[in-house]
Design a protein around this ligand. Structure first.
Ligand SMILES: Cc1ncc(COP(=O)(O)O)c(C=O)c1O
Length: 287
């Protein structure tokens, strides 16, 4: 339990230090010699792992002077980073313009709008790459009006996990972690956490998870062979890349939710160390 008590504390001070939960009980087929932990990122105030990256990108830009109160924060997102930007902007008094594919879940759209951010929809047929292109176009037409963090190319994205998620995992497992698994969106989670873990112990294996098909249903995740590869990602970084089928992921989420009472988002539908968000923002989906 963290107690945050200083003169200017805000909800943003609760980002990070999420719980690590042993989930062996949810996967009885796995030998009990192997311990499986899930880092429950839904405990961040904006409900996902993306609070960490968005906050780091904003505070680094404030510090460098790139972001001022005159600028509008603009970026593309599959939803969770948009929620984080909208929440941070509401707390800090910025305006935010969020570019999101039209078919993102209704929950994500309502939460972003609820925080008072403006939403611009990109084509539902072009996924997160369509949102990236539209955000760039709007920014490039009027660069003085906007600050674009560019979560796919901003090293502050992975820095959040290098400074936070990685050290937290080392501390909470008392340094016994041997494998780290995370799915790929912007790749900030795997890159930053992986760097911190490898610096701690070069033998720790880093596994990436991607959808197995370009036409997948896993919101927030990228099938790299058919997508714009994020500038912050080195595809040779993970020890291995695992490919997950959308139906298998949804079935695993259903099983974990029904059996374990642990409602998670569907990108967590494989045994992972990072559970990026919660099921609340997918309730309108049939799973
Ligand atoms: C639900 C969900 N899972 C996983 C990820 C991937 O995280 P990262 O962008 O750090 O690769 C995202 C990113 O947006 C996401 O929204």
């Amino acid at each position: 339990m963290k107690i945050i008590d200083h003169a200017d504390s805000t909800i943003l001070d609760t980002i990070g230090r999420t719980p690590l939960l042993c989930v062996n009980g949810l996967v009885p087929e796995v030998s009990d010699k192997i311990k499986i932990y899930a880092k429950l990122e839904c405990f961040n105030p904006g409900g996902s792992v993306k609070d960490r990256a968005a906050y780091q990108m904003i505070i680094d830009a404030e510090e460098s002077g790139e972001l001022t109160k005159k600028k509008i924060i603009i970026d593309s997102t599959s939803g969770n980073t948009g929620i984080a930007y909208a929440m941070i902007s509401a707390v800090k008094g910025y305006r935010a313009k969020i570019i999101i594919p039209h078919n993102a879940s209704i929950e994500r759209k309502k939460i972003i709008a609820g925080f008072g951010a403006e939403i611009v929809y990109s084509s539902p047929f072009e996924g997160s790459d369509g949102a990236i292109k539209l955000a760039r176009e709007i920014y490039e037409n009027d660069p003085d009006t906007y600050f674009m963090p560019d979560q796919y190319g901003n090293p502050s994205n992975w820095k959040a996990h290098y400074l936070g998620t990685g050290p937290e995992i080392i501390e909470h497992t008392r340094g016994t972690v041997t494998h780290f698994i995370a799915c790929l969106g912007t790749t900030g989670t795997i890159t930053g956490t992986g760097k911190a873990l490898r610096e701690y112990n070069a033998d720790i294996k880093i596994y990436a998870v991607e959808p197995d098909d370009a036409m997948h249903g896993l919101e927030g995740l990228k099938h790299m062979d058919s997508s714009i590869v994020p500038a912050i990602y080195d595809r040779s970084f993970p020890d291995k890349t695992l490919y997950v089928n959308t139906d298998d992921a949804y079935n695993m989420v259903k099983r974990i939710t029904v059996c374990g009472g642990l409602p998670i988002g569907h990108s967590c539908g494989v045994i992972v160390a990072i559970f990026p968000d919660g099921g609340d923002r997918y309730l309108s989906h049939e799973i």
